[in-house]
Design a protein. Sequence first.
Length: 194
Amino acid sequence: MRADVRTWVIDTAGKSTEEVARELLADELHLPADSLQLCKDPRGRPALCTRDGQPIADVDISLAHTGALLAIVLAHGARVGVDIEVIPPDADDEDLARTFLAPTEYAQWHAIPAAERHDVLYQFWTAKEAFQKALGLGATVDMRDIVLGMQDDRRLRLISLYAKSDLIAGWRLTQEKRTLGDRVVWLAVVEAAH
């Protein structure tokens, strides 16, 4: 059974990440905004807590931002991670790919038509960052240790972490490309039942 997972992408319009997230999450949970605060779990992941610092039971959140865009994921009964990246019009894709793609991913990426590579590279990037955030690994894991596989339709799936497929068992990856005004972004969400 799939957990209840909600995702938002919001232009913060000059407000702080915490203020926007707290207001939106309080509204979604039917609680007064001043009764909640963002806190950190023991791994440093964002968590939703009461004003006295007690975590809200059975609720997991993840936040990501790029410029003024904020991605928020709220889950009941699942662990989640999110990442969002604006796809820059020009970048050194080859150098970036060598920095964070595992050898099998690099081979898959290099085998697709050159015209698709720029977009797919950011698809890989967001998926890996979302998974890092869900696990609370942050920058402690080399992104090449999170291995994804690309299907014929260009969707990605989780293969392994640290060369062990059992570490990613039960995780689900969803991604979408969105156009927000003049910005094109990749949004990735990973989830696993608690």
